[in-house]
Design a protein around this ligand. Structure first.
Ligand SMILES: [Ca+2]
Ligand SMILES: [Ca+2]
Length: 68
């Protein structure tokens, strides 16, 4: 399951720095066909998953959000 989570994470981590930002999330969702996500909505989602308060999502935080 960790490998599957890694795959999803890597897809969203566009610049490959190991952190998901709201901007990267928006970019991927737009590519998937929904350009209507606002910066605010994207940041809200990131903040929901973010547990250390840096407003970005690390792989550990991402995995924890999936219950893994
Ligand atoms: Ca990144
Ligand atoms: Ca974080």
């Amino acid at each position: 399951m960790t490998a599957a989570a890694r795959k999803v994470f890597d897809r969203y981590d566009v610049d490959g720095d190991g952190q998901l930002t709201a901007e990267e999330y928006r970019q991927v969702v737009a590519e998937l066909g929904d350009p209507g996500v606002t910066a605010e909505a994207a940041q809200d989602l990131i903040d929901t998953i973010d547990s250390d308060g840096d407003r970005k999502v690390s792989f550990e935080e991402f995995r924890a959000s999936m219950g893994l």
